[in-house]
Ligand binder design. Structure first.
Ligand code: ADE
Ligand code: ZN
Length: 330
């Protein structure tokens, strides 16, 4: 079977919260005297997006110290290296982390320390996308963006928004001002839409939030004019096929629209979302899709190139990864 670890690529849709190791969470619990939510073999059990997000609140609530965050960041970069990722944009959503609500700069500094130490040790560079939650208020969203604008931390590359659109309803208008201010502060903008919302969520992400990248976006397939818009404007989708099947967006990989979107000219990349919690890897995601859709090595190269173009890596690093990708042989 093709080794997709050696494929030069970026990961552009992945959450810190989705990359915990069970041992670390259990150690956090032992240190703080917190009872486990379930036995070790069911610690990461969830059935849909709602129960998944509730689980994230519990998992993140076990992280109390700066060192615990730095170790998590370090292990994240090490995990990326193991999958052959050359650059990653990672999402972190402060609302999931109760012990850090009142110290978001401290949280960013702690993650930054772990990513910096990992890069020193030869692991890939990581950009941080700080995320709003769909169920937050407009005021809280603006407060976060103002904080990010004030601290201007070099690790922070983008404003993100994630969470459950089915629970929140239509929230594009609510977050438009926060995203406008993020753009004015020079932040990139990546938006979860078209996973727990339909195509209307994707359209709002473009028109109201000024997204330069969309996380998931796959339900755009339900509106042909929107598919054309994504293709014409070259707005990239950070697609996570394994996650979409695991969390019930599609019943099987064969029924997933990634190949139809690709054929319609939409820039799509393959990503993992929450790989540790969903028990997958990026190389396994490429392999499963190649197998299901019969992709050849040129199609795989194109998808990996899209991941690099869509990333927030600096131009020199992008050029280096793309040069290595050009000489990659399956
Ligand atoms: N946070 C972590 N994973 C997520 C997903 N798949 N959708 C929305 N928010 C998330
Ligand atoms: Zn996601």
């Amino acid at each position: 079977m093709t080794d997709y670890i050696a494929l030069p690529k970026a990961e552009v849709h992945i959450h810190v919260e989705g990359c915990f190791e069970a041992d670390d969470v259990i150690r956090n619990c032992q240190e703080a005297g917190i009872p486990l939510r379930a036995p070790r073999d069911r610690l990461f059990e969830a059935h849909d997006l709602k129960s998944f997000l509730e689980m994230l609140d519990w998992l993140c609530g076990t992280f109390r110290t700066r060192e615990q965050l730095a170790i998590t960041a370090y292990k994240f970069a090490r995990r990326m290296a193991k999958s052959g990722v050359r650059y990653a944009d990672v999402i972190v959503n402060p609302t999931h982390w109760p012990h850090w609500h009142s110290n978001i700069p401290g949280m960013i500094n702690a993650f930054d320390a772990g990513f910096a130490a990992a890069e020193q040790d030869g692991y890939p560079p990581v950009g941080l996308c700080v995320s709003l939650l769909r169920t937050q208020s407009a005021e809280d969203a603006i407060e976060l963006v103002e904080l990010l604008s004030r601290i201007r931390h070099p690790r922070v590359v983008a404003l993100s928004i994630d969470g459950n659109e089915a629970a929140a309803g239509r929230t594009g208008p609510r977050f438009a001002e926060a995203f406008r201010r993020a753009a004015a502060a020079g932040l990139r903008r990546t938006v979860h839409a078209g996973e727990s919302s339909g195509p209307e969520g994707v359209r709002d992400a473009i028109e109201l939030l000024g997204a330069d990248r969309i996380d998931h976006g796959v339900r755009a397939i339900e509106e042909p004019a929107l598919v054309d818009l994504l293709a014409q404007r070259r707005i990239p989708l950070g697609v996570c096929p394994i996650s979409n099947v695991a969390l019930g967006v599609y019943p099987s990989l064969a029924e997933h629209p990634i190949d139809a979107l690709r054929k319609a000219g939409v820039p799509v990349s393959i990503n993992t979302d929450d790989p540790a919690l969903l028990d997958t890897t990026l190389e396994a995601s490429y392999a499963a899709c190649a197998d299901t859709f019969g992709w050849n090595s040129e199609t795989i190269r194109q998808l990996a190139a899209t991941s690099v173009h869509a990333s927030y890596a600096n131009p020199a690093l992008k050029a280096q990864i793309l040069a290595d990708l050009a000489v990659w042989r399956a």
